[in-house]
Design a protein around this ligand. Structure first.
Ligand SMILES: Cc1cc2nc3c(=O)[nH]c(=O)nc-3n(C[C@H](O)[C@H](O)[C@H](O)COP(=O)(O)OP(=O)(O)OC[C@H]3O[C@@H](n4cnc5c(N)ncnc54)[C@H](O)[C@@H]3O)c2cc1C
Length: 182
């Protein structure tokens, strides 16, 4: 399992995203709370730090999402219709970049449409630029999934590498991701 926490200004609180391998949560996206789900969630974090478990136990609500991805497919029909964001390339959440990629897509598409004589050539330019970028982010997400959920000797090696790495060096590894300008 892995857990990410971030503040949300609108609710003056925190969102915790807990990702656990196990039973698929079904196809529903309604995110309904249920006692069974909460018990499963608590069981998945049983061995984590007591402070963290107490915090999670006090969560105002717990909702669930299945993890779905959209692998390579057509992004446009070559004429007048194009998909961007999750509809085109929904990613696993291990790099937390789905919304970021959708925003970059919009910026890049606007640029290509402004600079191209017609839609088909704008779409082709857009696709050339975005497929490379999305592919790289997809690979990073797969690597993070492997690293976050590592077990046994791989986990020991991961923790060792992280303990030697300075925070600045760790952050610099992501310059290509966060420093990107479409
Ligand atoms: C728990 C969680 C945490 C996340 N954390 C992050 C994060 O930290 N960073 C990050 O970058 N991304 C994050 N994401 C991913 C991010 O939310 C998505 O990648 C992003 O919302 C995709 O944007 P989109 O506009 O492509 O699609 P969506 O946001 O899904 O928008 C599609 C819209 O279309 C509407 N719609 C669907 N069908 C129809 C229809 N037939 N007619 C009209 N409207 C319709 C939907 O209601 C929806 O409003 C997270 C996702 C989840 C679930």
């Amino acid at each position: 399992a892995h857990l990410v926490a971030y503040p949300i200004r609108k609710i003056d609180g925190f969102n915790f995203v807990a990702i656990v391998a196990g039973r698929a949560s079904g196809e529903t996206w309604e995110g309904r709370e249920s006692g069974d789900r909460r018990r499963e969630f608590e069981a998945a974090f049983r061995d984590w730090h007591p402070d963290l478990r107490s915090l999670l136990g006090h969560a105002a609500s717990a909702t669930y999402w299945p993890l779905c991805t959209v692998e390579d497919g057509a992004w446009h029909n070559g004429r007048d219709t194009i998909l961007i964001g999750d509809a085109a390339h929904a990613l696993t959440p291990f790099a937390a970049q789905g919304a970021a990629m959708a925003i970059e897509d919009a910026r890049e598409l606007a640029r290509c449409m402004a600079d191209s004589p017609d839609l088909p050539s704008a779409f082709a330019r857009y696709e050339d630029a975005r497929r490379v970028r999305i592919g790289r982010v997809r690979k990073r997400a797969a690597f993070n999934s492997f690293a976050y959920h590592a077990a046994g000797p791989v986990r020991v090696a991961r923790d060792l590498v992280l303990s030697f790495k300075k925070p600045e060096a760790l952050a610099a590894d992501f310059d290509w991701l966060y420093g990107y300008g479409p």
